[in-house]
Design a protein. Structure first.
Length: 153
């Protein structure tokens, strides 16, 4: 873990809100010189605190607003089955997130598709084609109440 001071935290908040601003704009908001902000950003990148910059896409506009949370239970929990499942699910472009979890199920997937038929096609042709899946349970998102990519610091 890296030690972050108040200025680092404020800078990270600004970067997480809009990383396309100029270093000068961040400097003005933080009351620092452009060089100081530039050096802080480079240090945050170099130390792995900031790992990458991305564009967030509107799900509605790209016809991927049908969101499914799919719980997966494996047949066995051997290292081989777990590793094989994780390698195969990582290749599925519809899967935005995959977590190995505790509880009744082994994994939870967040899946973005165009609609119910697209999800059915995904299940039939891709997900259930993965070996060692014992059972699945799907929950369909009715309304997104909160979604953020920012980590609260």
């Amino acid at each position: 873990m890296i030690n972050l001071d108040e200025t680092d935290v404020a800078l990270l908040d600004l970067l997480q809100t809009n990383s396309k601003r100029t270093t000068k704009e961040y400097a003005n908001q933080l009351g620092l010189s452009t060089t100081a902000v530039y050096e802080r950003i480079k240090r945050l990148e170099r130390t792995g605190v900031v790992t990458r910059y991305v564009a967030l896409v509107d799900q509605q506009k790209v016809d991927k607003a049908f969101v499914v949370l799919c719980h997966i239970k494996l047949l066995k929990h051997s290292k081989e089955f777990v590793m094989q499942f994780e390698r195969q699910v990582a290749k599925l472009k519809e899967v935005a997130e995959c977590y190995h979890i505790s509880g009744d199920y082994d994994y939870i997937l967040k899946i973005h598709v165009g609609g119910m038929q697209a999800y059915r096609d995904f299940m039939v042709t891709k997900l259930t084609a993965i070996d060692h899946i014992g059972s699945t349970q799907s929950s369909f998102v009715i309304n997104e109440v909160k979604h953020t990519t920012a980590i609260a610091l």
